[in-house]
Design a protein around this ligand. Structure first.
Ligand code: F6R
Length: 607
């Protein structure tokens, strides 16, 4: 959730640490800070709010020193104040942390009982004091950290700076990612390869329980039993340039517009166009023995999984369990032999989803991971990596990752169906043809951007908005509501259209816009009946359908959005575009921070 960078450098590091934080701001932007070791003391600069505030502080009060640590925070314990900003420091050590120290209260009580004064409300500060106590007692940095780590429960990635040792940093990882970067006469720590992209491409991924001492000469890595270990150095594909917004006003809009290209890019790995066959990146992975599928994910990725449940059941006739990851582990799920767990995650680091993956693995399930970051923890721990090729998604609201996930999941459902003997060659050809039409259809959907922008004001004034859909349009209704809530701060709910009459219809009046997602097709008439029940009670409907649908049912609507007419298989990809654009334009009309909405972070690495 938070982002970490550390440098043991040959030249001053403050500017480079700040640059690293810019790449990590997607992990949180509640506050930020940097500490360096300078002339036998630790110096810190911290600021609440976005990184720009820390940059201003540093401009007024520059920070010398060629070894330092930096942090961008998504607050868990303690508000987003300067005082709670990392690094947390004593006279001897400064420390940055990503994760949650779950037993911080007893540790805090223990420290205060020994007469130590803690200044912040965070869980993190106890670690700084525990390490400091050891150092003050004369221990070397590595020994001090080694003694403290077993006392910490929860999840952490740590980078620790020592006043008396300006030539080294100690890092540790358990439950939160941390990488080591190797430069020329310099060594780095970072939450991910992106953080270090401007410094080096030579990256080693620490494993669970690893801790590391870095100096300018390199890194000494130890496992959780304190044995020295080697972790392979890989060349990261992430380049040094910061991903740009191009001509777009926001990353989110740019990413919405990238969808035709990145979906095409993704499908290339899963479709053999000439042979009209679906395929997998690991062609010999045997799906024929799979008897049950469990899909687990969070947020938008969960809604992609919800769409996929329809496909797996329809094509492969395999039963599918679907769970939000934060619930999965705690409800004693039954996982039988022959089960495949599919985790879906843009970042590949979401703590709840990762915990579900590990739990299922320990129960003997095969794991497939649909992830966008191929070096992420989930990608590395899965048996079957199914990458989406969406490219870096910077806007906090997920857009292009969602449609790429859908593309992968549709292909996976077809692969499973074929492996189970449930797909005729003719059906397979038809699936390939329809999926191959998706990029052009997405382009067609983007053509309605201006008309969606024009109607955004009618939603921007609302306090509550409802989204309705049936079948695979139901998860899209949920996704539309999530997009609107998170970036425009308007309360929105998604419902299965047929469920309205069982309660939510009581909310309908002329102040609540109701967005109905209803492509023409087998469920159209049923959805339109539910829409008319809304209209009969004074509800103002915005209908998203195709030309036929709008002609048939658009008459008494507040507004209509006409999508290209597409096969039901690719409708969820295509109809994602208008719900994304509507949320985007409403947020712009309201003047919110579209790319960095309040209280959120892109990568949620705490449970
Ligand atoms: C919503 C959004 C979140 C993420 C969720 C899962 O726009 O971005 O709901 O979808 O936090 O993140 P990943 O996919 O990285 O596991």
């Amino acid at each position: 959730m938070c982002g970490i960078v550390g440098i043991v450098g040959a030249t001053p590091v403050a500017d480079r640490l700040l640059d690293g934080l810019k790449r990590l701001e997607y992990r949180g932007y509640d506050s930020a800070g940097i500490a360096t070791a300078v002339d036998g003391r630790i110096e810190r600069r911290r600021a609440s709010g976005k990184l720009i505030h820390l940059a201003e502080v540093l401009q007024g009060d520059p920070l010398p020193g060629s070894t330092g640590i930096a942090h961008t925070r998504w607050a868990t314990h303690g508000g987003p104040t300067t005082n709670n900003a990392h690094p947390h420091a004593t006279g001897e050590v400064a420390l940055v942390h990503n994760g949650i120290i779950e037993n911080f209260k007893p540790l805090r009580d223990e420290l205060t009982a020994r007469g130590r004064t803690l200044e912040s409300e965070t869980d993190t500060e106890v670690v700084a004091h525990l390490v400091s106590e050891k150092v003050e007692a004369g221990m070397a940095p590595a020994d001090a950290v080694r003694e403290v780590l077993p006392r910490l429960h929860g999840a952490f990635a740590l980078a620790i700076l020592f006043r008396q040792h300006p030539d080294l940093l100690v890092g540790a990882r358990l439950g939160s990612p941390l990488v080591v970067g190797y430069g020329d006469g310099e060594t780095y720590l970072g939450s991910d390869a992106l953080a270090l992209a401007a410094l080096t491409q030579r990256i080693a991924y620490l494993e669970e329980g690893d801790w590391v001492v870095i100096t300018r000469e390199g890194a000494q890595i130890f496992d959780r039993e304190n044995n020295p270990v080697e972790r392979p150095v890989t060349i990261s594909g992430v380049t040094g340039e910061l991903v740009s917004k191009g001509n777009h006003r926001h990353y989110m809009l740019k990413e919405i517009y990238e969808q035709p290209i990145v979906v095409a890019q993704t499908l290339r790995s899963y479709l053999q166009r000439m042979e009209e066959r679906v395929t997998l990146p690991i062609p010999d992975f045997d799906l024929s023995a799979i008897r049950r599928v469990t899909i687990v994910a969070c947020g938008t990725s969960f809604y992609a999984g919800m769409v996929a449940k329809y496909w797996f059941e329809q094509f492969a006739r395999v039963p599918v369990d679907l769970d939000v990851a934060s619930e999965f582990r705690y409800r004693a799920p039954v996982m039988e032999e022959g089960g495949l767990m599919i985790v879906i995650s843009q970042s590949g680091e979401t703590a709840d989803t990762l915990a579900a993956l590990r739990h299922a693995k320990s129960e003997g399930q095969k794991i497939a991971a649909v992830v966008n970051v191929p070096t992420s923890t989930m990608a590395r721990e899965a048996d079957l990596l199914l990458p989406t090729h969406a490219g870096p998604e910077i806007g906090v609201a997920s857009t292009k990752a969602f449609t790429c996930q859908l593309a992968v999941l549709a292909a996976l459902a077809a692969n499973l169906a074929r492996a189970k003997g449930r797909l005729t060659p003719a059906d397979e050809k038809s699936i390939v043809r329809h999926l191959a039409e998706a990029p052009a259809a997405l382009n067609g959907a983007l053509a309605y951007d201006e008309s969606i922008e024009a109607m955004a004001h009618s939603v921007a004034a609302a306090r509550d908005v409802l989204y309705l859909g049936r079948g695979t349009d139901y998860p899209l209704a949920l996704e539309g509501a999530l997009k609107l809530k998170e970036i425009s701060y308007i309360h929105a709910e998604g419902y299965a259209a047929g469920e309205m009459k069982h309660g939510p219809i009581a909310l309908i009046d002329d102040a609540v816009p109701v967005i109905v997602i209803a492509p023409s097709g087998p469920l159209f008439d049923k959805t339109v009946s539910n829409m008319q029940e809304v209209q009969a009670r004074g509800g103002r409907v915005i209908l998203i359908s195709d030309y036929d649908g709008v002609q048939a049912a658009g008459e008494n609507c507040l507004a209509t959005i006409t999508m290209p007419k597409v096969h039901p298989l690719i409708a969820p990809l295509v109809y994602a575009v208008p719900v994304q654009l509507l949320a985007y334009h409403v947020a712009v009309a309201k003047g919110t921070d579209v790319d960095q909405p309040r209280n959120l972070a892109k990568s949620v690495t705490v449970e």
